[in-house]
Structures are given as structure tokens and as C-alpha cells.
Design a protein around this ligand. Structure first.
Ligand code: NAD
Length: 497
């Protein structure tokens, strides 16, 4: 990556980023098409990202295929040594990486830093794989053993969204590589800068050339990845619409695929919920990362009289201020989409209690900001109750019973996360059992499972078998080789021979 730095207003250092593809250990110059990268913080120009074609993808697959025999022949214990060093580099470069994420994604510095902390945890998990995967062997007859080895697939691909430029790539990169695969990584074209730093740091940690490659681009390159004969598996994280396209196309081409999609996460709030904790947790869940998290609280279902809790949520929401403790949304189009959902809900009869429309940050007038918005008396038929808004907006619906609240939750096409706020164990248990979502929170608004527990939703929030991280990801990135061994001629096999 080439970085040209200039001084802005004599205080801040602003850079132009010339994002490149990374193939066979080299940053490769230009393609015919490119896209301008804007900083959502203030709308300023950050650089350009190449929009690659099959030519660049072919080169990347060739480099990855060439690297695969030597990389997969190493023991897992040898491969993780590189990731131990990489983990240390992440820690050393925490501030620089956080600033980079902030610049291209728009989230706050603290949120960006939390992303790197999670990437470190994901890398640590990958470093533990040799211990976790030790030994599946059994003496099945006297002197005869069966063993299972989990072997890499070959060249695999990972396609990422814009909302976590560092953490989501680390859902796949460390595990897939430690397990012996070589990878083609396709970052979001909206936030491609951080990915170039990932490549530089993996190289610095000692990753052999060709094991990790980046091909930048948009729809064309994603389709080419799904079609390429040299790629064995495709993992995708992004919106449901594109997840369906990728899953269908990759599996139609006989590839293994796992595609995580969008979300509409419901929080059920009971009248016995702890008011202070619930209000701060719900507000943090809906407004963190400007609501651009697939785990964000988007719809809240209040059961019975929860007016005092809603009042507190509004108070908390007013303390979250764009440009101070709230970042931007990703683009002008995203800002307009989010504000349109609010306006349409209001027109349909919902009551806007806290209005985040038309937010402007002084000195960053070109940025894309929406302040936290709380809307009450939303009904389940409204678009804001059904569709993914992906902004700092909480749509509150009311119900008279837990059963009704669960019916609303179950009615969603999505199923990433659901949560309940209550102090009653029986109620919590019922939501754990009956919510139709892959990740459940009890008094936790963003129930992201920590490693080694795996991450993945249900319904239209995920297509494919298994989850993308943790223990579950081992099955996705490997294939089982089953070997039966008779050590001595006199050993007796009791069937089949
Ligand atoms: P997106 O679907 O627009 O883009 C994701 C990837 O798909 C990008 O790399 C993009 O280049 C590519 N892409 C875009 N349009 C395409 C097309 N027509 N054909 C082929 N590829 C295409 O998603 P986004 O806006 O970058 O990210 C936000 C979405 O991601 C939200 O819906 C969010 O919920 C979801 N997300 C889900 C999870 C999860 O774990 N389920 C995690 C993070 C984000």
C-alpha cells in the first residue's frame, strides 16, 4: 500500500491511500476500473481502490495454488508460530490500526480499538487449534487403528462487508490459514485500506508469499470468485440479498459455502427488567457503531407497562452525540435510507421520542451522521419493524404478553440475535427456548459469543451448515481423512478383510 501524507490544518495528518491488490506476496498496481474511497467522518477523499477482474483473480489463485503444497505440508504447530508473532504485531499496532479503521469506516476510536481486541482474541483461538484438534484415534480391533486427520481444502475465499474492516476478516483468516488453506480475501470496496495493512502485517509475521492474497473489487470479482474452478470454498459476510446470491452461485459451482446475511434483532423487555442496566444496555446495543452491527438491537418489544424503562432509554440516547461518542454511518446513501425509515414510520403513526435526523457535526459538515433515534408505538407490519435499517434507530413495539412478544420475534425473516431483559429465570428460559435466532442474550444486548463459542445466526441471517468462527469453523475449513491401519500381519480385523 502506498501512503502519501500531507498536513491538514497543521494539526491532523491526512493521507491518501493507494490501495492495491496483494498477490503472491507483492502489492500489484492498478486495474482498468477503480473506485474512489471517501472518509464517512467528513466526506473527504481517501484514495482509490482497484476493481479487479478475472485476470487478477486468476493470478491470485495461481499464487495461492503454488503456495499450498508447502504451506499445507507444515505441521499446524509450525503454522501457528506465525500467528503468535502476528498477534504481538496486532497489539503493537493497536493505535495505528484503530485510527485507520476510524478513518475509513467512521466508527469511534474506542469502537475501532475494540475491533482489534476482538481480532486478537480470534487470532489467539487460531493459535489454540493444535491443542484443540489433538487426537482422534482408536484401537478398533487388537492391533488395528482408525484415525481421523482434518486436512485443508486448498485455495479458499473470504468475502467481507464494510462494517468491521478488521474483525470480520479475522473471523476467517487466522482459522483458515492455521488449518492449512491458502486464501483469496475480498474486502469491502468501501473499506479496503485496513485489509492492505493486514497483508503487510501477516508478511511481517513471516507468512510465506501466496498463502494470503487480496483481490479488491465489487460485484464482478465476487461473481468470479464463486465461479472459479481453483477455489474450493467461499465464505461470505454481508447483506442477506447478496448472501443468497453468493451461496446459490458458489454451491451451484459445487463449492462449499457459508454465507452470513443481515439481521433484525429483537430485544424483549419485561416490566421486571432492571431499569438502569436495561436502558444503558439497550441504548449501547442500538447506537454502538452507529447501529451498523449485525448484532445491534433494532427492534424492541416491550411487554406490559415498561414506560419508565423507555424514558430512561430516551435519556441514555440523548447522551450519545455524533462526533463525540457516536461515529458516522458509512455513506450519504445510508444516511438517507435510515432517515427515510424514520420518516415513513412517523407518517404511519409511530411516535418519534428521540429524533436523530438531520444531525450535523460542527467542522465535519461533509460527514454522514445520524443521531440515536427512539421510535415508540411501531407496529409489526411497518417496514421499520421488519427490514434491516442498519443505523442507530430503536423501533419499539408494545405487547401484552411474552407469548405475543415471542410471536413478533418469531415472525421476522431474520434470526441473527434476540435478547430478553428480565430478572425472572423462567421468562429468560422461555425466550432462550422459543426465540428463533442463532445467538440469544439474557440481559445482554449484543450477545456475541466469545471464543471458542461460534458465531452465526439462523433463518435468513445465515445460509450453509455450521458457524463461521470457533469450533464450528474447523469443519468448514477442513475435510476429514479417515485412515484404518493394521500395524502387524498377525493383527486381526474383525470385519471387511
Ligand atoms: P453487502 O452485502 O452490500 O456487501 C458485502 C460484500 O458483497 C462486499 O464485499 C461487496 O463488495 C459484495 N457485493 C456487494 N454487492 C454485490 C453483488 N451485487 N454481487 C456480488 N457481491 C456483491 O454488505 P455491506 O453493506 O458491506 O455490509 C452490511 C451488511 O452486512 C448488513 O446487512 C449486515 O447485517 C451484514 N453483516 C452481517 C454479519 C453477520 O454475521 N451475519 C456481520 C457483519 C455484517
Amino acid at each position: 500500500m502506498t501512503i502519501m501524507t500531507e498536513s491538514v490544518s497543521g494539526t491532523v495528518s491526512k493521507s491518501t491511500y493507494d490501495v492495491k491488490n496483494y498477490i503472491g506476496g507483492q502489492f500489484i498496481n492498478g486495474t482498468e476500473r477503480s473506485l474512489e474511497i471517501l472518509s464517512p467522518i467528513d466526506g473527504t477523499h481517501l484514495g482509490h481502490v482497484p476493481l479487479s477482474t478475472t485476470t487478477e483473480l486468476d493470478a491470485a489463485v495461481t499464487a495461492a495454488s503454488a503456495a499450498f503444497p508447502a504451506w499445507s505440508a507444515k505441521t499446524m504447530k509450525d503454522r501457528v508460530q506465525i500467528f503468535y508473532r502476528y498477534r504481538t504485531l496486532l497489539e503493537q499496532h493497536m493505535t495505528e490500526l484503530s485510527e485507520l479503521i476510524q478513518l475509513e469506516n467512521g466508527k469511534t476510536f474506542d469502537e475501532a480499538r475494540a475491533e482489534i481486541e476482538k481480532s486478537i482474541e480470534l487470532t489467539e483461538f487460531a493459535c489454540s487449534l493444535p491443542q484443540m484438534m489433538a487426537g482422534e484415534i482408536m484401537e478398533v480391533s487388537r492391533g488395528v487403528e482408525c484415525r481421523i486427520d482434518q486436512k485443508p481444502l486448498g485455495v479458499v475465499a473470504s468475502i467481507a462487508p464494510f462494517n468491521f474492516p478488521h474483525m470480520v476478516p479475522h473471523w476467517t483468516i487466522p482459522n483458515a490459514l492455521v488449518l492449512g488453506n491458502c486464501m483469496i480475501f475480498k474486502p469491502s470496496e468501501v473499506v479496503p485500506i485496513t485489509a492492505n495493512r493486514i497483508a503487510e502485517m501477516l508478511k511481517e509475521a513471516g507468512l510465506p508469499d501466496g498463502v494470503f492474497n487480496i483481490v479488491n473489487g465489487d460485484r464482478e470479482i465476487v461473481e468470479a470468485i464463486c465461479d472459479h474452478d481453483g477455489i474450493e470454498a467461499v465464505s461470505f459476510v454481508g447483506s442477506t440479498r447478496i448472501a443468497k446470491v453468493v451461496y446459490r452461485r458458489a454451491t451451484n459451482n459445487l463449492k462449499r459455502a457459508l454465507a452470513l446475511g443481515g439481521a433484525k434483532n429483537h430485544l424483549i423487555v419485561m416490566p421486571d427488567a432492571h431499569p438502569e442496566m436495561t436502558a444503558s444496555n439497550v441504548t449501547a446495543s442500538m447506537s454502538g457503531c452507529a447501529g451498523q452491527r449485525c448484532m445491534a438491537a433494532s427492534a424492541m418489544v416491550g411487554v406490559g407497562n415498561i414506560d419508565p424503562i423507555i424514558e430512561r432509554i430516551c435519556d441514555e440516547a440523548r447522551k450519545v452525540v455524533p462526533g463525540i461518542n457516536l461515529g458516522s454511518v458509512i455513506s450519504q446513501a445510508a444516511k438517507q435510507r435510515i432517515e427515510r425509515y424514520i420518516t415513513e414510520a412517523e407518517a404511519a403513526g409511530a411516535k418519534v421520542l428521540v429524533d436523530g435526523r438531520n444531525a450535523v457535526v460542527h467542522g465535519k459538515e461533509g460527514g454522514f451522521y445520524v443521531a440515536p433515534t427512539v421510535i415508540d408505538h411501531v407496529t409489526p407490519d411497518m417496514a421499520i419493524a421488519q427490514e434491516e435499517v442498519f443505523g442507530p434507530v430503536l423501533a419499539i413495539m408494545r405487547s401484552n404478553s411474552l407469548d405475543d412478544a415471542l410471536q413478533i420475534e418469531n415472525g421476522s425473516d431474520y434470526g441473527n440475535a434476540a435478547a430478553v431483559f428480565t430478572q425472572n429465570g423462567g421468562i429468560a428460559r422461555q425466550v432462550m427456548e422459543q426465540a428463533s435466532a442463532g445467538m440469544i442474550g439474557v440481559n445482554i444486548g449484543v450477545p456475541v459469543p466469545r471464543e471458542p463459542f461460534s458465531f452465526g445466526g439462523w433463518n435468513e441471517s445465515k445460509f450453509g451448515v455450521g458457524d463461521i468462527t470457533g469450533v464450528s469453523s474447523i469443519e468448514f475449513w477442513t475435510q476429514r481423512k479417515k485412515t484404518s491401519i493394521k500395524w502387524n500381519p498377525e493383527s486381526r480385523t474383525n470385519w471387511m478383510s
